[in-house]
Design a protein around this ligand. Structure first.
Ligand code: ADP
Ligand code: MG
Length: 250
């Protein structure tokens, strides 16, 4: 078989538009994300970053255009949506752990109910990932007994327990006290180094420089610039990117 030099596409958005009522939240988004590619999305508040990544696991519904994940088209077909969600892990700004379940119970819930793993198998996998994020000793605590940084690492472990092919992060460190940002970023860096396909909405420029293959800058629902991090940070081409960078870097 001929070896193709073209990277395999994991996520594709073609002519995607989304409105909230009459508000045009995503305008003509065209993006291709290759397997193992690491993307950082940044841009001003309200520019559509969360909306964009939420459309990728159909937490939000787009009205126009085509989104495919692992070749599966995201449309109203419930089976397709389930298939995509099984492969896409998501980590939110505010952790979204179940407060009435322990750390371990949070981690085994979806593997048992969605992946149909046995409880012992799911527990073994959960403990593996809790060790990965360096908090196995917190397994029997409730989220409210943990620091923000620990909760966010549980949220990452929980997502990993489903063996996702893609991880979406929506400002995972922006609700954390400064001293906890590093422990979460370190976890994300190590994931990135293992070859996970990742899309991270973040303004952590050090992280972007260290791991991103590409930075996508959004403004007013549009992708206005896409470039490798060194180009984007050192020599932004778009006037709005320049303005944004001057605001967050000073
Ligand atoms: P960002 O993540 O870049 O801050 P969002 O994707 O959250 O931006 O929001 C983009 C725009 O869409 C904002 O103007 C926001 O107010 C609006 N928006 C987001 N979610 C909703 C919603 N559920 N209903 C109506 N408008 C929304
Ligand atoms: Mg957002």
């Amino acid at each position: 078989m001929l070896q193709s030099s073209k990277p395999e596409i994991e996520i594709a958005l073609s002519g995607v538009n989304k409105w909230y009522g009459s508000y045009h939240a995503l305008a003509d988004i065209n993006l291709e994300i290759a397997k193992k590619e690491r993307i950082v999305i940044c841009g001003p508040s309200g520019s559509g970053k969360s909306t964009l990544i939420r459309c990728i696991n159909r937490l939000e519904v787009h009205q126009q255009g085509i989104i495919t994940v692992g070749g599966i088209v995201l449309n109203e077909d419930e089976e397709n949506i389930k298939d995509v969600r099984r492969e896409v892990g998501m980590v939110f700004q505010h952790f979204n752990l179940f407060p009435h379940l322990t750390v371990l119970q949070n981690c085994i819930l979806a593997p048992v109910w969605v992946r149909k793993l046995s409880k012992p198998k799911a527990t073994e996998i959960a403990m593996h990932f809790l060790e990965r994020v360096r908090i196995p000793e917190q397994a029997d605590k409730f989220p409210g007994q943990l620091s923000g940084g620990q909760q966010q690492r549980v949220a990452i472990a929980r997502a990993l327990c489903m063996s996702p092919r893609v991880m979406l992060f929506d400002e995972p460190t922006s609700a954390l006290d400064p001293e906890m940002v590093k422990e979460v970023l370190d976890t994300m860096v190590s994931l990135a180094q293992e070859g996970m396909t990742m899309i991270c909405v973040t303004h952590e420029m050090g992280f972007a420089r260290q791991v991103a293959d590409r930075v996508i800058f959004m403004d007013q629902g549009r992708v206005v610039e896409e470039a490798p991090p060194t180009e984007f940070f050192d020599n932004p081409q778009n006037e709005r990117s320049r303005l944004f960078l001057s605001q967050i870097l000073h």
